[in-house]
Design a protein around this ligand. Structure first.
Ligand code: SAM
Length: 264
């Protein structure tokens, strides 16, 4: 007999979890509306084929990679190392993993590590690809969040600087270069001479900083490479940048992706 999971297209659990995670505040104040379930079901059905098309992979490959990362039980490993880790959250981070499997990058560059959930998923993908390195930059906010230059409170923080990336399993660290400091200083001087096959922004979500990171990263991304961003609804930086480079975007929940044209 078909399970609820099958009826949702074989991809529902994490999308549903993600949905609940993302909307937990509104759910607490307003009981679940049927449209919430419809939206989760629609996302589940549509995400894999859309992601496969956007990355130039097949849905079969996507499902195989997804099964692989779930077999690794990385989410459980992260939770054991870091019970308070939320960050991108396991479900949202699975999409990062899929991007990194599809791109087979030699180099991934990310800004914003905190406890290291996104880093762990990228590193797992590199390990499963059998090649590539991750270059991460984080300016830790120790002991509490802060109000950013756009006047928004950013809760991301660590208890000590030693906690940056604590969620990343030791077995994945050999492909990792972690630098602590302001992305404004470290991103342009990253000691990485080759292209940035995948770039992921998840540091300071002010409009000015996001635009600056996108503009800094884009020329480094080779034909067919990806620019990814978390928290795109924070402001119009992502859509403004996408329009300025004339590229269609792939969006999932609070995240967005752009691809350099394959012939650029
Ligand atoms: C949302 S958290 C990153 C979450 C992480 N990607 C994950 O999946 O777990 C944002 C991080 O960016 C850091 N950050 C904020 N401003 C920064 C800047 N200007 N340069 C580098 N890192 C910054 C914060 O201290 C925080 O650790």
């Amino acid at each position: 007999m078909a399970t609820a999971a099958d009826r949702l297209g074989g991809f529902p659990r994490w999308v549903t979890e993600e949905y609940w995670m993302e909307t937990r505040r509104s759910i607490l104040t307003a009981p679940a509306h049927p449209s919430a379930f419809r939206r989760a079901a629609r996302n589940a059905r549509e995400l894999v084929p859309r992601l496969a098309e956007f990355t130039g992979s097949t849905a079969t490959e996507m499902h195989r990679w997804l099964a692989e990362v779930r077999r690794r039980r990385l989410a459980q490993e992260i939770r054991r190392r870091c019970p308070t880790a939320s960050g991108m959250g396991g479900p949202a981070a699975e999409v990062l993993y899929l991007f990194a499997r599809a791109a087979r990058p030699r180099a991934i560059v990310e800004t914003g590590v905190e406890l290291g959930v996104s880093s762990a998923y990228f590193l797992q993908a590199l390990d499963d690809n059998g090649s590539g390195e991750l270059w991460s930059i984080d300016l830790p906010f120790v002991g509490g969040g802060h109000t950013n230059a756009d006047g928004r409170f950013d809760a991301a923080h660590v208890d000590t600087t030693g906690d940056v990336g604590r969620a990343v399993p030791d077995r994945l660290r050999r492909r990792w270069h972690l630098s602590l400091g302001d992305a404004r200083e470290l991103l342009p001087t990253l000691p990485l001479s080759g292209p940035w096959d995948v770039f992921f922004h998840d540091s300071e979500h002010t409009r000015a900083h996001m635009l600056w990171e996108f503009e800094t990263a884009w020329p480094k991304i080779p034909a067919g490479g990806f620019l990814l961003s978390d928290d795109i609804p924070e402001n119009d930086a992502f859509s403004t940048f996408a329009a300025s480079v004339g590229r269609p975007s792939f969006r999932w929940l609070r995240r967005g992706a752009l691809r350099r044209p394959a012939t650029a």
